[in-house]
Design a protein around this ligand. Structure first.
Ligand code: S3P
Length: 431
C-alpha cells in the first residue's frame, strides 16, 4: 500500500505538459509489431504496467523486444515463428492485454495458459470466449471460460459474421486478431461505434481490412509488414488535467500531442458543452491517428446529460467527468454506462463512494450516476479501489477542496500514467 496525502491547491492549474503515450495504441503497436516480420520501431510508447504485460507476453513467445524508455524496437520473424510459451502468461491488471491476446492465441498453433491479478480474475471473459468458440476456438477456464485463469488450445479458426452484443473495443479487437488467422472472412458489426485503433493500425501494418460504417471485415490473405509507429498522448490521461483546469479558476494549461481520434474525444465534446474554454491546434496525422495540442482555460461550467452513442467515446473518462460535474451548476445525469460495472473495479460504485466521502451530492444508478453541483469538496480519506483512474480522480479532487485528502493507495497509477504525480505537482506548483 502506498498512501498519499494531498494538501489543498489554492491557485490555478498552469503550465504545459505532454502526457504519456496512449495505452490502447501502445498495446496494439506491440501486438501488431510482433506479428509483422522485420523491425518495428515504436516511439512514445506508454511505459506503464499494463502495456509491459503485453511486451512480456511476446517475449515469452520468442519475439526480441528492446526498450529504451519510451522507444521500443521489435525484431520479429513474423507470426509463423511465434513459439509456445513454456510458463503461464501473467497479464496482471490488464484487461486489454487479456482480451486481445485471447483472440490472438485462439488461432495460434500451440497451448497457452493465462492468468491475472484479483481484479482481472473477476472480469468477464465470456464476451470474447463466446464468439471465438463460434470460430472453432478451444478454451478451458474457471466457470466454463467466463473467468481467468484460462487455458487456450490453439485451433484452425474459421471466419465469423458477428454483431457485437456489448459496446466493447476489446471484444471487437479480439475477433479481428482471430480473423487474421481464420479461414475465410471475418465480419463484425457494432451498434455503437467503439474505439477503432485496431482496424486503423491493422491497415497501417498492411492487413487486408475493410471498414464500412460500423462494420469491419478482415481476411487472412496477407502477412503484416513491419512499420514504424508513433503513439500519440493518451487523451484518457490528459482528461484528468483537462477537467482540473476547466473547473479550477485562474487555470491555463497546454497539453501537447494528445491523441484526437474521434472515437476517443467524447471528453472534449463534454467539456465544450459544459462551457469549458478549450481550443485545439497543431493537428497532425501519423499512421492513421490524429493528434494535436489542446489549450484549456477555466470557465463557468453547467451540468449536462450524457448518454447514448457518446458513451464508448468517453467510457474511461466517466470518473473524472463525475468529479467535474461536482463543480458544475445543476444536475449532471450520466446514463447507458453499465460497462463501468465491469472495469478494473465497479466504477459506478467506486466513484459514488469517493465523491460522497468528499461531500459531493452523487447518486449511483444501475447504468450511471447523477451528480448535483456545484459543491465545495471537503477533505477526507478515500479509497482508490486499486484502480488507476479512481486514484487519479481522487488526486484532482484536491484542487477543489480546502482540506487534506488522503488516498489509501496510489500504486495503481503506474498502470497508465507512471509520472502522473510529478506532472500534477509541476502544474500546481504555485500553490
Ligand atoms: C480498451 C477498450 C475499453 C477501455 C479500455 C481499453 C481498448 O474497454 O475501457 O480501457 O484498448 O480496447 P472495453 O472494450 O471493455 O469497453
Amino acid at each position: 500500500m502506498s498512501e498519499l496525502k494531498l494538501t489543498p491547491k489554492t491557485s490555478g492549474i498552469i503550465g504545459e505538459i505532454e502526457v504519456p503515450g496512449d495505452k490502447s495504441i501502445s498495446h496494439r503497436a506491440i501486438i501488431l509489431g510482433s506479428l509483422a516480420k522485420g523491425k518495428t520501431k515504436i516511439r512514445h510508447f506508454l511505459n506503464g504496467e499494463d502495456c509491459l504485460r503485453t511486451v512480456d507476453a511476446f517475449r515469452a513467445m520468442g519475439v526480441t523486444i528492446e526498450q529504451d524508455g519510451e522507444t521500443i524496437i521489435i525484431n520479429s520473424e513474423g507470426a509463423d515463428a511465434l513459439e509456445e510459451p513454456i510458463i503461464p502468461l501473467n497479464f496482471g491488471n490488464s484487461g486489454t492485454t487479456t482480451r486481445l491476446m485471447i483472440g490472438l492465441l485462439a488461432g495460434l498453433p500451440f497451448f497457452t495458459t493465462i492468468f491475472g491479478d484479483a481484479s482481472l480474475s473477476k472480469r468477464p471473459m465470456d464476451r470474447v470466449v463466446n464468439p471465438l468458440v463460434e470460430m472453432n476456438a478451444a478454451f478451458t477456464g474457471r466457470e466454463e471460460g467466463r473467468l481467468l485463469p484460462i487455458a487456450i488450445e490453439g485451433q484452425q479458426l474459421k471466419g465469423i459474421d458477428y454483431i457485437l452484443p456489448v459496446k466493447s473495443a476489446q471484444v471487437k479487437s479480439a475477433i479481428l486478431l482471430a480473423g487474421l488467422f481464420a479461414e475465410g472472412k471475418t465480419k463484425i458489426t457494432e451498434k455503437t461505434k467503439t474505439r477503432n485503433h485496431t482496424e486503423t493500425m491493422l491497415g497501417a501494418f498492411g492487413a487486408d481490412i475493410n471498414v464500412d460504417g460500423n462494420t469491419v471485415s478482415i481476411s487472412n490473405k496477407q502477412p503484416l509488414s513491419a512499420t514504424d509507429f508513433y503513439v500519440p498522448g493518451d487523451i484518457s490521461s490528459a482528461a484528468f488535467f483537462l477537467a482540473g483546469a476547466a473547473a479550477k479558476s485562474n487555470s491555463h494549461l497546454v497539453l501537447k500531442n494528445v491523441g484526437l481520434n474521434p472515437t476517443r474525444t467524447g471528453i472534449l465534446d463534454v467539456l465544450i458543452e459544459m462551457g469549458a474554454n478549450l481550443t485545439i491546434h497543431n493537428e497532425k496525422k501519423v499512421g492513421g491517428e490524429i493528434f494535436g495540442d489542446i489549450t484549456i482555460q477555466s470557465g463557468d461550467l453547467q451540468a449536462i446529460e450524457i448518454s447514448g452513442d457518446i458513451i464508448p467515446r468517453l467510457i474511461d473518462e466517466i470518473p473524472i467527468i463525475a468529479l467535474l460535474a461536482t463543480q458544475a451548476s445543476g444536475k449532471t445525469i450520466i446514463r447507458d454506462a453499465e460497462e463501468l460495472r465491469v472495469k478494473e473495479t465497479d466504477r459506478i460504485a467506486a466513484v459514488a463512494d469517493v465523491l460522497s466521502t468528499l461531500g459531493a451530492n452523487v447518486t449511483p444508478t444501475d447504468d450511471g450516476l447523477i451528480i448535483e453541483g456545484k459543491t465545495k469538496l471537503t477533505g477526507g480519506k478515500i479509497k482508490s479501489y486499486n484502480d488507476h483512474r479512481i486514484a487519479m480522480m481522487g488526486a484532482i479532487a484536491s484542487v477543489f477542496s480546502d482540506e487534506e485528502i488522503i488516498i489509501d493507495d496510489i500504486s495503481s497509477v503506474a498502470i497508465s500514467y507512471p509520472n502522473f504525480f510529478t506532472d500534477f505537482e509541476n502544474i500546481t506548483a504555485r500553490n
